[in-house]
Ligand binder design. Structure first.
Ligand SMILES: Cc1ncc(COP(=O)(O)O)c(C=O)c1O
Length: 375
């Protein structure tokens, strides 16, 4: 019998495959299509001939771990100990999976907000634990009342994703106050904070779990170099967690991965000396604004986007099809691929909403927008 009977091929794979088959412009899966920073390609080309090709220590290449500590210090004014509080992972995906596998036990409950990215539920199920899906409000803010009601003595973990995929929503100070109140009542609950888009926020500044004292001893912070440096295919990220949690997480990591690929660790540790992560928000804000301007005269209604590189759009004025059918037709009939938002909900409810990824070069955005404006 399947351990994950309800899991099928992910919608990202389905849509990207269809986009390739029909030669459609792919605004579905979340990856950039512009060239890398030449400083990074130069570093990796040079390193290819150096001695950086063998196993690194299990938790990470020490110079990279020191650089991550510096990055967290400069971004969030938090001091972390590289040896005990950092783990370099094969992307955020592995950081999330490993943390859940290490910390969640049979019968535990894990709160997952709805809609949410698809990497949270399956690891919970593989632990014989129960995902408890709690709906966000209609404006995609967390509903702290319903989250509070969903918490019990069985709740082991709450997963938050900030900035949020697919909705582009970010958490504000009041959300953290509510979370603090909740955690005061439930001293054993830990938080997994997926912040892979931490450097991609726009008008409002990102508030990281790193900056909240009440979370430091009970939170796993998940980051992705793939998202921050336009290198999603390198599959490299890291987690930060207090030593008592990290000890358990490392026990699983050493058998799941042992150590993450060495050349990318070495390259990123050098690149962190020259790259300025604070420029990323402005870079993507310009893309968001450009994409929104290009779609201004279309029949799509664009939702607010405070962070991430995703734009949610309603097609309610265009079609009565459900969102999966609409996305398939968007590829076959109009040559643009997007992601149906219903796939981020546990009950797959259709709200005539789709997600576009605007992490694309201007030509791609212009060509896609032209097609979308013709609909
Ligand atoms: C919210 C969220 N978390 C995690 C990931 C996975 O990141 P990585 O590619 O570093 O595994 C993604 C990728 O799209 C994401 O959107």
């Amino acid at each position: 019998m399947s351990k994950l009977p309800n899991v099928t091929t992910s919608i990202f794979t389905v849509m990207s495959k269809m986009a390739a088959e029909y030669n459609a412009i792919n605004l579905s899966q979340g990856f950039p299509n512009f060239p890398l920073d030449e400083r990074l390609t130069d570093i990796i080309a040079r390193l290819a001939k150096e001695n950086v090709h063998q196993y690194t220590p299990m938790a990470g290449f020490p110079p990279l771990m020191r650089q991550i500590a510096k990055l967290v210090q400069s971004s969030y004014n938090r001091t972390i100990v590289p040896e005990t509080e950092i783990l370099v992972t094969a992307g955020a995906t592995q950081g999330i999976f490993t943390s859940i596998l290490a910390l969640v036990k049979t019968g535990d409950e894990v709160i997952i907000l709805d809609p949410s990215y698809d990497s949270y539920e399956s690891p919970v199920l593989l632990c014989n634990a129960k995902p408890i899906r709690v709906a966000l409000n209609d404006d995609y803010t967390p509903n702290w009342e319903t989250i509070k009601k969903a918490c019990s003595s069985k709740t082991k973990m709450i997963i938050i994703n900030n900035p949020h995929n697919p909705t582009g929503k970010i958490l504000n100070e009041d959300d953290f106050l509510q979370l603090e109140k909740l955690l005061l009542k439930h001293p054993d609950i830990i938080v997994l904070s997926d912040e892979v888009y931490e450097y991609i926020t726009f008008e409002e500044k990102h508030i990281s779990a790193h900056t909240k004292d009440f979370l430091l001893n009970r939170c796993i912070m998940v980051s992705s170099f793939g998202k921050s440096f336009h290198i999603t295919g390198w599959k490299i990220g890291y987690i930060v967690a207090p030593e008592h949690l990290m000890k358990e997480i490392k026990k699983v990591h050493q058998f799941l991965v042992f150590s993450v690929n060495s050349i990318s660790q070495a390259a990123i540790s050098e690149y962190l000396n020259v790259v300025d992560v604070n420029l990323l928000g402005k870079f993507y804000q310009e893309k968001r604004d450009y994409f929104q301007k290009l779609l201004q005269n279309s029949r799509f209604e664009l939702k607010p986007c405070e962070g991430t590189y995703f734009q949610v759009a309603s097609y309610a004025n265009i079609s009565k099809d459900d969102d999966i059918t609409f996305c398939k037709k968007l590829i076959t009939d109009h040559g643009v691929a997007a992601i149906p938002i219903s796939t981020f909900y546990s009950d797959h409810k259709d709200q005539k909403l789709i997600r576009f990824c605007f992490a694309k070069d201007d030509f791609t955005l212009e060509s896609a927008a032209k097609k979308l404006c013709d609909i």
